[in-house]
Write a protein that binds this ligand. Structure first.
Ligand code: GZL
Length: 345
């Protein structure tokens, strides 16, 4: 009897313990390889972080292009579209026919479509603050490509493009050499109010400021096109005729239009009237080979690869410089024939 009194409570204890063990859930020991490497709370955070990181293939880019006004622009557009195809980026592309209101409409459309990032080449420097603020308020980063805009720096992520003032300085210094420091110059200006027109004019004037024999006798916009460049050069020739020693054209397309006007007037471009222009498109190399153009300053339009590299970084919150300048050179007739086959635009 005494033994039973001892055994019963023991048996009861064993039974209760066994029942309690059956009721408790099993600890989850199945961990994926990646989770196993980190404590559970950080793997949740890193998987959430990974979920918002974009790749080229899942990035949607809105690009508000100026138009198709020049060989340079055509090459610039081709570079953007080609690189989007290479990378598998979804590109929404708009051509504004050189009208600011069309670029603004395009940017608003990209905001409504909630693209990941917007690229824009502002046709002129002013009039952008409102629409750029709308993009910022919508949380969509904006990249200035090719041309700057006159807005506070917090309204764009970065500017990818040339130093147009330096391009103007290079053109001015080349003109001093070509004219021997003495000559009357007419100037074909780019699109009125655009960064390249404003800055190429500034840089050229800076370069010739200390050479009193160099005088700009007329300056008028040819809007970066061949047709307008020809038209304005015809007017210059009508007014000044063979008083003109040289032409400074803010791009090769206007220079090529002016070459036609000079020949129709009965003078020899590149000889009677020396010509310095900017862009270094194939047409400029061909004109230098024919002896009709004396110098072209390079302005690189092949910005597609750099643009999408910056776009992905900006979308993924990486730090980028406020300005990414293009690398550029200057070319003269003696090297034109050898270089023409190597030119990509
Ligand atoms: C320069 C670019 C200019 C080119 C022109 O970066 O904006 O616009 O010089 C083009 O040929 O039309």
């Amino acid at each position: 009897m005494r033994m039973q009194k001892l055994l019963l409570p023991l048996l009861l204890l064993i039974l209760i313990t066994a029942l309690a063990a059956c009721a408790a859930p099993a600890a989850d020991t199945s961990q994926s390889a990646s989770d196993a490497a980190q404590p559970a709370d950080s793997s949740a955070a890193s998987s959430a972080g990974e979920a918002t990181m974009k790749s080229y293939e899942d990035m949607v880019v809105g690009y508000a292009q100026i138009g198709a006004e020049s060989e340079w622009r055509t090459a610039n557009t081709a570079s953007i579209k080609e690189e989007a195809g290479n990378l598998g980026v979804e590109l929404k592309f708009s051509d504004a026919q050189q009208k600011q209101e069309n670029q603004i409409k395009a940017i608003r459309s990209f905001i409504a479509q909630q693209v990941d990032v917007i690229g824009v080449s502002p046709v002129v420097e002013t009039g952008w603050e409102t629409v750029f603020q709308e993009a910022k308020d919508a949380g969509i980063p904006l990249i200035l490509v090719d041309r700057r805009a006159d807005v506070p720096e917090d309204l764009y992520a970065t500017y990818l493009g040339s130093d147009f003032v330096e391009e103007g300085r290079k053109a001015g210094n080349a003109m001093i050499e070509i004219l021997g420091g003495e000559g009357k110059i007419v100037e074909l200006v780019g699109t009125v109010g655009s960064a390249p027109a404003n800055d190429r004019a500034t840089g050229f004037r800076e370069a010739i400021a200390d050479t009193p024999g160099m005088e700009i006798i007329a300056s008028q916009s040819g809007d970066f096109t061949r047709a307008k460049g020809k038209e304005v050069m015809e007017a210059f020739l009508k007014t000044y005729g063979d008083e003109i020693n040289a032409l400074y054209a803010h791009n090769d397309d206007m220079a090529i239009g002016a070459i036609q006007a000079i020949e129709e007037y009965g003078l020899k471009p590149g000889e009677d009237i020396k010509i310095v222009s900017v862009d270094a498109v194939r047409g400029a190399f061909e004109a230098m080979i024919e002896g009709k153009l004396n110098c072209t300053v390079e302005c690189n339009p092949l910005l597609g690869p750099q643009f999408f590299d910056l776009a992905l970084k900006v979308v993924n919150g990486e730090e980028v410089p406020k300005w990414v300048p293009s690398e550029e050179s200057i070319f003269f007739p003696d090297e034109a024939e050898a270089l023409l086959p190597t030119r990509k635009y």
